[in-house]
Design a protein around this ligand. Structure first.
Ligand code: ADP
Length: 507
């Protein structure tokens, strides 16, 4: 049998998955395993790297046995992974020296705040890496492990320790400790990688006190990248990308100006900016989308902190609904939100407002306001926040945007998708195959092992999709948007104790 199947590994924050994809881009089999989340202190989140690998390996075994395919049937393995999560292990024994510090972990927040207070350093880091200084990225997490694990710094200085994001860690295991690599999209999330030279940045390694000998070799996102030798027949690893970039690829946003938005707990928006690393003036992130051959494509990235989480709030705290999907029927019990606006700033506001003090607020409530209005206003707030991020991308890139591709749990909500199209005034396109992230890994791997020979050929295999077109009167939407802006301003006024500010400026 020819090697025409792809094994896609999707290593996420709460579970590991494996999928078998055929040469038509169809998912034939899949398996999933959750693994333990460790919260040793408030704000800390850790994973056991061995458990990550064991769960991933178990899903690989499961799909292989379900499919009865032999390892020689696979042209390549594609890997996509939770980004930024940091693993440090011993080069000789392969033993992790500490549990993985997960992207959500805030333990290095104070250190990053201090670093950021030096504006020259802050700007320098942003211009080299495209990132805002934050505990989210790997650099401060590696530093923390070296500083807080007995003997780790000495071992690292001797060249005995290796660092990797989860892609590197899985490849180290799959290759039986022979390949220490990462792809450019994952490297660009470490805050140690210079996205202009496309190399590890020696001055940043010095700043964070991280020996460069720990860092993996940075390779392309697609091609013959390593060999997984742990099977009865070796399988080449031919695709690697961080989860959001993989979703951008899976949505086939191959050209500048193409955008995808993932509606999960939060919303993650990425826009392809082509060969140009656009530096944001709205505090968006600049990131490597992927490197294929020698060609690098970049993306702008922005996120909405509270997306589907606002629906969870309605379910868990207000008990308006029993499950997330019921919000749609509830929102349909009313014609519109009746002038109600919800600003779900439960954890502050992100782009373009950047107000960490802002808190959730509801405006425009009257005696006639009911659950349906609030439910509708919640859904609208998810779309309006996404609109704000897209506006920043448009301004930063000066690229016109003609459609937005969508995925994630809340993208199932038709009312939300239609409203999103109405407020943006552009088509919102939702593939029927919602596996954008895993498909991105599969596509990169399939290109890398030449199951597909070009991105154009891939586009021909694009799965069927639903398109939501703007259907509302423009002036109605303009009013809606101006009401939203007013609500956000009012929320910020309240959070900033506006009365006090007014008094100070009067005196
Ligand atoms: P994550 O990957 O962040 O866990 P998912 O893509 O699985 O997120 O989506 C789950 C989120 O989507 C939850 O916050 C949930 O409230 C929301 N959600 C799921 N289904 C719907 C729906 N039909 N309408 C609105 N929100 C939904």
């Amino acid at each position: 049998m020819s090697a025409s199947y792809i094994l896609a590994l999707d290593q996420g924050t709460t579970s590991s998955r494996s999928l078998i994809v055929d040469a038509h881009g169809q998912v034939l089999f899949q398996a999933q395993r959750e693994f333990t989340q460790h919260y040793p202190e408030p704000g800390w989140v850790e994973h056991n790297p061995t458990e990550i690998w064991d769960s991933q390996w178990a899903t690989i075994q499961e799909v292989l046995s379900k499919s009865t395919l032999d390892p020689s049937s696979f042209g390549g393995i594609g890997i996509t992974n939770q980004r930024e999560t940091t693993v440090v292990w011993d080069r000789t024994t392969g033993e992790p020296v500490h549990r993985a510090i997960v992207w959500q972990d805030r333990r290095t927040g104070d250190y990053c705040e201090k670093l950021k207070s030096n504006l020259t350093v802050k700007d320098d880091i942003q211009s080299r890496t495209g990132l805002m200084v934050d505990a989210y990225f790997s650099a401060s997490k590696i530093r923390w492990i070296l500083d807080h694990t007995e003997g780790a710094r000495e071992r690292a200085n001797r060249g005995d320790l290796l660092f990797g994001t989860v892609d590197s860690w899985l490849i180290w295991k799959l290759s039986e400790s022979t390949s220490h690599i990462t792809d450019a999209s994952n490297a660009s999330r470490t805050m140690l990688f210079n996205i202009h030279t496309m190399e590890w940045d020696a001055s940043l390694c010095t700043l964070f006190n991280i020996p460069m000998s720990m860092l993996p070799e940075v390779v392309s996102s697609s091609g013959q990248l390593a060999q997984a030798t742990c099977f009865t027949h070796p399988i080449p690893i031919t695709g690697i990308a961080g989860d959001q970039q993989a979703a951008l690829f899976g949505q086939q946003c191959f050209r500048p100006g193409m955008v995808k938005n993932t509606y999960g707990t939060g919303c993650f928006m990425l826009m392809n900016t082509g060969d140009h690393a656009v530096q944001s003036t709205h505090a968006l992130l600049t990131t490597v989308a992927w490197k294929i051959g020698d060609r690098v494509q970049f993306a702008l990235e922005g996120s909405v902190f509270i997306g589907g989480a606002a629906v969870q709030w309605l379910r868990d705290e207000l008990s308006f609904i029993e499950n997330a999907a019921e919000i749609e029927a509830l929102a349909h019990t009313v014609q519109d939100s009746g002038g109600v606006y919800v600003v779900p700033a439960f954890a502050g506001l992100g782009a373009p407002y950047w107000n960490p003090r802002a808190r959730g607020s509801i405006f425009g409530v009257t005696r006639g306001t009911g659950r349906g209005h609030i439910a509708r206003a919640i859904l609208e707030s998810i779309a309006l926040q996404s609109m704000d991020v897209l506006e920043c991308m448009k301004k930063d890139s000066a690229i016109a945007i003609t459609e937005m591709r969508v995925d994630g749990g809340a993208a199932k909500n038709i009312l939300l998708m239609q409203f999103q199209s109405d407020v943006l005034g552009i088509d919102v396109v939702r593939p029927q195959n919602t596996e954008s992230t895993a498909m991105g890994a599969a596509y990169l791997a399939g290109l890398g092992c030449e199951i597909w020979t070009s991105m154009e050929e891939l586009s021909a295999s694009l799965a069927p999709q639903d398109t939501f077109k703007p259907s509302k009167d423009k002036s109605e939407m303009r009013n809606k948007i101006s009401g939203w802006k007013r609500a956000v301003k009012a929320a910020a006024y309240w959070a900033n104790d506006g009365m006090k500010e007014e008094k100070t400026s009067e005196s």
